[in-house]
Design a protein around this ligand. Structure first.
Ligand code: PLP
Length: 445
């Protein structure tokens, strides 16, 4: 919208991540010199006069009218996230699942197919495998997204996108973003990625060819487990006029001036920003999963410390993953930064600073032992979330990934003996001691 994105200092050198996380996308002078982004708790904005109202509503000038479509606090968050992901624009929404479904529906609008792996977050598997098919949008699942031959074989005339998580939850398997982007582009398709687990601090998929990035900002971006949110970011590079996406090339009343007889499509009106403008103007405006200004504020605060939090949490996650490998009763540890993991080479290539703050492990015994571990931790909380400053533990097939069909368990990297950890900011020695006593205690007696 209308704010200044301060992505360059006076010398015009591009700013680094930590600096952008604090300054990008917000203009103090346009906001009473407030250093912290104000919470604009206003449903609507004064159009001032008939001429300005007409120009605003027609899109001839930019500004704010109604908070279902845009709000200054949310706008600052959107601009900041677009800057951090190196995109041309972003739309913040009320949850990660709103971001996932808006992106998938927008790309496959009118019906189509999406090629995706089975190791997605449970609600995304359910969306593509069961619910979106009710709206004519079907998932074609592959068991390994890095098997590019299998992905290519799954592409057909109705395919509209390849979709994957950059780092899968809870296996932490890393996707070959460059390989998938090249494959998608050979077929005139976009690559859409969910970058929730690594956050833009650890990985910026647009730099490796991804076209659309979605996040659950509930996780590491907010970082304190106190707000639900999501975002769609557009790289602004994909050609939506290639014949496969009529939703971008047909005339649309909402962006046209019928009184003047001037008709526009999203592609003719917005060029390389057609996708992100359509997400806002059709999906956000119609389905209305709006990010609240208060939640946007919490997420802006979270972003300011993202880099320092991620550094410490990733160091702790690695130490815990290495320690778990030495424990009796732990049969497997999943953390792609570890040597010997199946996607370790991609982890080194795309995520040299670490794959993120979650890891998972399997234990011997049965569900009683798993339950005793979950019940036995004192510092880890049994919570279905990730990316919190508190460390969290959960059993995915019973909670976060219970929608994953059992026949996909192996390929999805889940099993009934799998436990997921999300590592927070507590002292790592306390976290290790807590796991030690909970695991040992689960096999006594
Ligand atoms: N994507 C991933 C990878 C997730 O882990 C989650 C939630 O756990 C989501 C999307 C959905 O996010 P939200 O809970 O904010 O809707």
């Amino acid at each position: 919208m209308s704010t200044t994105t301060q992505d360059h200092c006076n010398s015009q050198a591009p700013l680094r991540f930590e600096t952008k996380a604090i300054h990008s996308g917000y203009d103090r002078q346009a906001n009473a010199d407030a250093v912290s982004v104000p919470i604009y708790a206003s449903a609507a904005f004064d159009l001032e006069n008939a001429q300005r109202g007409d120009a605003l509503a027609g899109g001839a000038i930019s500004g704010f009218e109604y908070s279902r479509v845009a709000n200054p606090t949310v706008d600052a968050l959107e601009n900041r996230l677009a800057a951090l992901e190196n995109g041309v624009g972003a739309v913040a929404v009320s949850s990660g699942m709103a971001a996932v479904t808006y992106a998938l529906m927008c790309v496959a609008e009118g019906g189509g197919r999406i090629v995706a792996p089975v190791n997605l977050y449970g609600a995304s598997v359910d969306a593509l495998g069961d619910f979106l098919p009710q709206f004519g949008i079907h998932g074609d699942f592959v068991t390994d997204i890095n098997d590019l031959d299998a992905v290519e074989a799954a592409i057909g005339p109705q395919t509209k996108a390849i979709y994957t998580e950059t780092v899968a939850n809870p296996s932490t398997a890393v996707a070959d973003i460059e390989g998938l982007a090249a494959l998608a582009h050979r077929h005139d398709l976009p690559l859409i990625v969910d970058n929730t687990v690594p956050t833009p601090y650890l990985l910026r998929p647009i730099d490796f060819g991804a076209d659309i990035v979605v996040h659950s900002t509930t996780k590491g971006i907010t970082g304190h487990g106190n707000a639900i949110g999501g975002v769609v970011v557009d790289a602004g590079r994909f050609d939506w006029t290639n014949g496969k996406f009529p939703q971008f090339t047909r005339n649309d009343l909402v962006i046209s001036d019928q009184k003047a007889g001037k008709w526009n499509s999203f592609a003719s009106r917005f060029g390389n920003e057609a996708f992100i403008k359509r997400v806002r103007t059709k999906y956000l405006r119609t389905f209305g999963a709006v990010q609240s200004p208060f939640n946007a504020y919490l997420q802006l605060i979270g972003l300011e410390t993202l880099a320092v939090r991620e550094k410490q949490e990733v160091a702790s996650a690695l130490a815990i993953a290495e320690h778990l490998q030495t424990l009796a009763h732990v049969t497997r540890v999943n953390y792609a930064s570890l040597e010997g993991q199946s996607t370790h080479d991609f982890a080194r290539k795309y995520l040299p600073e670490g794959v993120g703050t979650i890891l998972s492990f399997t234990v011997d015994g049965d569900s009683t032992n798993v339950q005793r571990i979950l019940n036995g931790t004192k510092v880890f909380s049994y919570v279905p979330n990730i990316g919190d400053s508190r460390s969290l533990i959960v059993d995915p097939t019973h909670v976060t990934h219970r929608e994953v069909p059992q026949q996909y368990y192996d390929a999805a990297g889940v099993s009934d003996n799998l436990i997921r950890l999300s590592i927070g900011l507590e002292n790592v020695d306390d976290l290790i001691a807590d796991l030690d006593q909970a695991i040992a205690g689960a096999y006594i007696g």
